[in-house]
Design a protein around this ligand. Structure first.
Ligand code: 5GP
Ligand code: MG
Ligand code: MG
Length: 183
């Protein structure tokens, strides 16, 4: 689905499909060189990271393993509280693995800081983060995200895996949802 087809539900397209593709290629070259000679496990955080994972994994010209984690963070409305519950755990034993967490967006950073602690306690050899998008609020909780695609303003965005009530995930671009859709 393209932004033009639902233009009345969006305000601005922030990142286009083409920009995402170029950025993921660029990040893939960095990851290939940083993880040269190491076993790499990509962990996608469901469900928002599905598109990033699918495209980023295919941009990587090297062997890798993939696993998925589903978590929910409870809080009022669109804000996460930092209280995280595992809905689907990894199938992989992290002992000795070089883990790269693949995320759609870092907002408060609370979900990721919880995940980092959780993974560290499972004996991973290294843990890094790749996030397609980052909002300025990420500064609140310091998250060392080694690979970041785009810094975007503090607005509620949808598309490329990101949803509003499970909709808009199949939008090819990342766009700001028009306020009249949720008010
Ligand atoms: P954090 O714990 O960093 O505040 O929450 C991150 C999660 O909240 C993301 O993985 C994503 O699922 C959701 N989220 C944060 N900002 C947005 C946004 O602008 N749009 C959408 N659709 N989800 C968001
Ligand atoms: Mg996410
Ligand atoms: Mg969501």
């Amino acid at each position: 689905m393209r932004a033009a087809e639902i233009a009345d539900q969006l305000t601005t397209v922030l990142v286009t499909e083409e920009e995402i593709r170029e950025k993921l290629d660029e990040l893939a070259r960095r990851v290939e060189s940083d993880y040269d000679g190491k076993e790499l496990l990509l962990v996608g955080v469901l469900k928002g990271a599905v598109m990033v994972m699918a495209d980023f994994a295919r941009a990587l010209n090297r062997p890798l393993e993939m696993d998925w984690m589903a978590v929910s963070s409870y809080g009022a409305g669109t804000k996460s509280s930092g209280v995280v519950q595992i809905r689907k755990d990894l199938d992989t034993d992290l002992t000795g693995k070089h883990v790269l967490i693949v995320e759609d967006i870092i907002d408060s950073g609370l979900t990721l800081s919880w995940l980092l602690e959780n993974f560290a306690s499972r004996g991973a050899a290294s843990i890094e983060i790749l996030a397609l998008l980052r909002k300025p609020e990420a500064a609140k909780v310091h998250i060392d995200s080694k690979y970041v695609g785009f810094d975007i303003p503090t607005e509620f965005v949808v598309g490329y895996g990101l949803d509003y009530n499970e909709r808009y995930r199949n939008l090819r671009d990342v766009a700001v949802l028009a306020p009249h859709v949720y008010s």
